[in-house]
Structures are given as C-alpha cells and as structure tokens.
Design a protein around this ligand. Structure first.
Ligand SMILES: NC(=O)c1ccc[n+]([C@@H]2O[C@H](COP(=O)([O-])OP(=O)(O)OC[C@H]3O[C@@H](n4cnc5c(N)ncnc54)[C@H](OP(=O)(O)O)[C@@H]3O)[C@@H](O)[C@H]2O)c1
Length: 342
C-alpha cells in the first residue's frame, strides 16, 4: 500500500501497579504487505479488555506478555483489503484477537484457536458485536455461567462488575435459566441498567457501608452461584454469604489488576468452603473455544428474540486506545469498551 501509513501503539514501559498513558507510544509505519497464506485487514473497531493488564508484563500468566517495543496486543474487526489466502477475499469481514492496537494488521487465518481469524457475517449483527456480546466476552459469560456455574431455576446468582461486557450477559443468561440475578457494580446508573435488563437485586459496592450485610440483604436465600469478575473486597463479602453446594466461578480480578503477579488480597475462605460444600472453579474462556459456534448461535438467537440486550461504550479514534483501556481499570466504562477506528 503506497503512501498509506499504519498508526500503531507500542508498549514501551512495563507499569508497576496501575498503568498510565506513558506506558505506550504511537508510531507510524508503512502499511505491511501480506505474505503467503496471509491477509491484510483494515481495522474498523478495536477492543480493549481487562486481560491486557496481564500482557503488560515480562512474565507470563496463561499467555505470554507483550515485549517492550512490540505492538500492544488486542482484538479487532475490519475489512480484508488484500488476500494471499484461498478462502479469504477482498471485502470480507475478519475478526481476530491477534489484531493488535493498530489500524492495519497482517493476519494468518490458518492459526487454530483463539489466535486465529474468524469470518464475520455483517448481516447477522453489527460487526463490532464480534468484540462484545457475540465474541469473547459473550463466550465468557455463556460458558462460565452455564458450564461452570450450572444455574438452576430459583438459584441466586451474584455477579460482580455486573454492568460490564461479561457481567451484563451473565445476569441475562442467569435469568433465561430461571435463576435470580443480583448485580454488584460501582454506580447507580450502572445498576439501573442492570435492573432494566433483568437483574432483580442491585448493590452499589462504593456506597455500601457494610458490603457483607448488603449482600445478605439482597440474597435472603444466600448465594448459589458467585460469578466473580473482580476478586478483592467484593469477593470476600460474597463468599461470606455462600449457600450449601454453591458454585464460585473465578473469572477475573479487575479490582486487583494493579497488583499484577501478586497474590490476591483479603481473607481465605477454606472454612466456609467446607461448611457449605461449595465448589470454587478457576475459569478460562479459551478452554471452551471448540464450542464457540454453538455458543454464538445461541447468543444470536437470544438477541434476535429480544431476550438479551447489550450496552457498548464507544470512543472514536486510534489515538484513544490507552484512554479506553485505562477507563476499564478505573471503572469509567459503562458497558463494553470499544474503539471505532473508521
Ligand atoms: N476468565 C476468562 O476467560 C475471562 C474472559 C474475559 C474477561 N474476564 C474477566 O472478566 C472481568 C470483566 O471483564 P469485562 O471485559 O467484562 O470488563 P468490564 O466489566 O466491561 O470493565 C471492567 C469493570 O470492572 C469494574 N472495576 C474496575 N475496578 C474495580 C474495582 N477496584 N473493584 C470492583 N470493580 C472494579 C468497573 O465497573 P464498576 O464501575 O462496576 O466498578 C469496570 O467497568 C475482568 O476481570 C476480566 O479480566 C475473564
């Protein structure tokens, strides 16, 4: 591509604690050419997600960190503008978690699993849905709740970060399963949205004087499923309210994201786990990738039937990638944070 540049964000410094805008710099490069078996994709939407905090480290957790000077890792969706792959044509819509924080990306469709490339049907839903309810966050809610949490009619399901990308779907899928969902979130506006989409209980963790008491009051029959997106003090308050045979889905730790690599804070609940015979289960959506199509089909059906709704929080311009990511860690996003590139 002559005379066209690729603006991209490079990670230049590993944060200690909370990341800051100067952890990245934007540079410009000529748009790359795709090699054999590769496609060139122009981004239309990019995603920012809490897991990116884990990539801003030389250490690995379940995946390798981004190296200093490398393009920041992240998912995106856009239009194929050149193809050296027999199954992909110019004009197709491609989504991938290997996109990176950049305007143009060379992708390898034949990589299997979560790092590969997915074909998106623009007729099914707006293409940015493939980064939110019809993509990785949707799959996280679907498998985390249905396969690990195993909701039953009448169960009480407590969800932390409930208005976020994963949380708002967990509550709605819990309702579809006949359970009673209780939201924990950080503002009254967010909790009003949670009520609107079907959560029956709501707790503002920033206002509650005694969070354990607030959970007890909102869950008179105690907690059968705890879908934990935050860890930290919210985790402790909900764990004190478990029911016999409860299931605890350990999905994320955004409340301690600035303490990457360190143990979680707070109490240990081994005594409570024995008394309640509860099951606590660490969960990673990528272990369920082989059932991706089945889950997306069901999510699409629910959406078409008006049984799930979804809020997105849109920023415009690749310049705003660091800001968008930091908003997640500061709780400023209201719904799935995505960036419109053009
Ligand atoms: N295990 C997996 O496979 C998997 C896959 C996807 C996501 N996840 C995890 O799921 C969680 C939610 O991800 P998401 O993409 O849906 O993000 P999100 O909920 O859309 O955004 C993050 C939210 O976290 C809340 N938060 C931030 N700091 C907090 C704090 N100190 N205490 C309590 N809440 C805080 C904020 O909402 P409030 O205003 O309510 O505080 C913020 O809006 C994250 O922990 C993420 O890492 C795990």
């Amino acid at each position: 591509m002559q005379n066209v540049v690729n603006r991209r964000w490079l990670l230049t410094r590993y944060p200690e604690g909370m990341p800051a805008p100067d952890n990245w710099v934007m540079d410009t490069q000529p748009v790359p050419d795709p090699g054999p078996g590769q496609i060139l994709v122009k981004a239309k939407w990019l995603s920012v997600d809490p897991y990116m905090r884990g990539r801003m480290s030389p250490a690995s957790n379940y995946a390798k960190g981004v190296g200093l000077g490398e393009v920041m890792q992240g998912g995106g969706v856009g239009e194929v503008v050149a193809s050296n792959h027999p199954a992909w044509r110019v004009g197709d819509t491609a989504e991938s978690m290997s996109f990176g924080w950049q305007e143009w990306s060379v992708l390898v469709p034949d990589i299997p699993g979560p790092s590969g490339v997915n074909r998106i049907d623009p007729a099914l839903a707006p293409i940015e849905s493939s980064l939110s309810w019809l993509g990785m966050p949707g799959l996280t809610a679907y498998f985390g709740l249905l396969e690990v949490g195993r909701p039953r009619p009448g169960d009480t399901v407590v969800v932390s970060a409930a208005s976020g990308a994963v949380g708002q779907l967990v509550g709605q899928i819990a309702k579809l399963a006949g359970s009673r969902a209780v939201a924990i979130a950080g503002s009254d506006d967010k909790l009003n949205w949670c009520r609107e989409i079907g959560f029956e209980g709501a707790i503002n963790y920033k206002k509650a004087v005694d969070l354990t008491a607030a959970v007890k009051e909102a869950c008179p029959a105690r907690v059968d499923i705890f879908f934990d997106n935050t860890a930290g003090p919210i985790h402790d308050a909900v764990m004190r309210n478990l029911n016999i045979g409860a299931r605890v889905v350990i999905c994320g730790r955004v409340a301690v994201a600035d303490q990457f690599g360190k143990p979680d804070i707070g109490e240990r609940f081994n005594g409570q786990l024995i008394v309640t015979r509860a099951t606590m289960h660490g969960f990673l959506v990528f272990d369920w990738w082989h059932r991706r199509n089945e889950a997306l089909q069901r999510l699409a059906n629910w959406h078409r039937a008006g049984q799930i709704r979804f809020k997105e929080d849109v920023l415009d311009g690749i310049e705003r990638m660091p800001e968008g990511f930091l908003r997640l860690l500061q709780g400023k996003n209201f719904g799935k944070q995505i960036i419109r590139i053009g």
